[in-house]
Design a protein around this ligand. Structure first.
Ligand code: C2E
Ligand code: CA
Ligand code: CA
Ligand code: CA
Length: 274
């Protein structure tokens, strides 16, 4: 498969050469090699658009696309992730603010965060600065965090999250159920939604245990006053299960693959017409 070949070729292709990987990331940003793709999310019951998740892509001059599963872990071993992460927040906010100004859409955009970004005590200030610069309302920015990110780096990162939440930025717990979470964590972190990992979504129709887990996550979210979002929804059967379980939001190829920015207005027009 072409995608896998690219993935194995990738680490060499984005190796830092003489400088550091942070230098390489700065270079990639300057040369437009980094892009964001936007994947829509919708209300499970009405199908109405509820937001987008921004997903990073690294495209080399020769057209090779390196998936985030390859370059994010590389970046996470150094400050490269802070450079990349700040660029991602800025680009996502600029794009979403543009959609608002052009009357394309007024929905939140979600950005993935790495644990290391929360360890930076200046991170909240950086994000709030970007919101001020781009004019995006804080409520239109969501940050997706993993359980591991919250668990590993307790006090100071929780302080960063409290600052962001206090300013109106919204927090979502990503890949819920795949990390080492303690459920008591859920009471200490001001998250508004639990995101069900695609492995559960995709096993659900065949596997009773996976279905029980999906259902339990949705019920847990609701019991705590949160929403449940299922990712990786590919089939109509999966959608029917999620409706029966009262999952609030869906995201997945059934709705759309991650889109280039230029494809978004057209997607929204088509969705509104159905
Ligand atoms: P994630 O946050 O769990 O994102 C969901 C992944 O599932 C994305 O892969 C998305 O393209 C893919 N996906 C969406 N719908 C479907 C579907 O219906 N079927 C299948 N099979 N897959 C689907 P992607 O874009 O390759 O991203 C992989 C991971 O990389 C993300 O997982 C996220 O953890 C990380 N990532 C992506 N962009 C960033 C970023 O800017 N910063 C950080 N820290 N991590 C990022
Ligand atoms: Ca995510
Ligand atoms: Ca993830
Ligand atoms: Ca996931």
């Amino acid at each position: 498969m072409a995608v896998n070949q690219n993935a194995t070729a990738a680490p060499g292709a984005i190796a830092p050469g003489a400088g550091t990987f942070s230098d390489r990331v700065r270079d990639a940003i300057r040369h437009g090699e980094l892009r964001l793709a936007f994947q829509p999310q919708a209300d499970t019951h009405s199908g109405r658009l509820t937001g987008f998740e921004a997903l990073s892509r690294w495209r080399l001059d020769d057209g090779t696309v390196i998936p985030p599963d390859v370059f994010i872990p590389m970046a996470e071993t150094s400050d490269a992730i802070n450079i990349l992460g700040e660029w991602t927040v800025r680009r996502a906010c600029e794009t979403a603010a543009g959609w608002m100004q052009d009357g394309v859409a007024d929905v939140p955009v979600a950005v993935n965060l790495s644990a290391r970004q929360l360890e930076d005590p200046g991170f909240a200030r950086t994000v709030l600065g970007i919101l001020a610069e781009t004019g995006l309302p804080a409520a239109n920015l969501k940050l997706e965090l993993t359980e591991t990110a919250l668990f590993e780096h307790s006090e100071s990162s929780r302080e960063v999250l409290t600052q962001l939440r206090g300013a109106g930025v919204r927090l979502v717990l990503d890949d819920f159920g795949t990390g080492y979470s303690s459920l008591s964590l859920l009471r200490r972190v001001p998250v508004e939604a639990l995101k069900i990992d695609k492995h559960f979504t995709q096993a659900m129709v065949q596997d009773r245990d996976a279905a029980a887990i999906v259902r339990a996550i949705i019920d847990l979210a609701h019991a705590l006053g949160m929403q449940a979002i299922a990712e990786g929804v590919e089939t109509n059967d999966e959608l029917l299960y999620l409706r029966a379980y009262r999952c609030d939001r869906i995201q997945g190829y059934l709705l759309a693959k991650p889109l280039d920015t230029a494809q978004v207005p057209d997607f929204i027009r088509r969705l509104a017409a159905t």
